[in-house]
Design a protein. Structure first.
Length: 129
């Protein structure tokens, strides 16, 4: 069972005590959770009860979104949007997509090769390869 209450995320696994973590953003993809406390992003494997810090920022992360294939995620820090690759290496590839201070909504198409960005002033799409 996974739920939030206030600024805490509570995780209850079978036969294990409930534990909580501070949370500002959380995204779920299958057995994986991307958990962000505002400054650091953690990848948590619910089935294996393993967590790993995968990104840190000195500025607040304002958006977090899974790519449809679960191998990438995007985040937004100070208006700058980047995509990160998740893999087993210690070094993760990341690419800055664009810098736009407007509030945005992100949507991927089902295949994941297009990222649609909706803002109050304009809507556009990026092709992801």
């Amino acid at each position: 069972m996974i739920f939030t209450l206030g600024t805490k995320l509570y995780i209850q696994r079978p036969n294990v005590e409930v534990f909580s973590v501070p949370v500002a953003l959380v995204e779920i993809y299958g057995k994986y959770l991307l958990i962000n406390d505002g400054y650091q992003t953690i990848l948590y494997d619910y089935n294996e009860d393993q967590k790993e810090i995968i990104d840190r920022s000195s500025q607040i992360v304002s958006e977090l979104k899974w790519h449809p294939n679960g191998s990438y995620f995007i985040n937004e820090v100070n208006g700058e949007t980047a995509i990160f690759e998740l893999d087993s290496r210690d070094y993760r590839n990341n690419v800055k997509l664009f810098n736009n201070p407007l509030k945005k909504m992100y949507l991927f198409n089902k295949k994941g090769d297009k990222l649609f960005v909706l803002t109050p002033d304009e809507n556009f799409s990026l092709t992801i390869q």
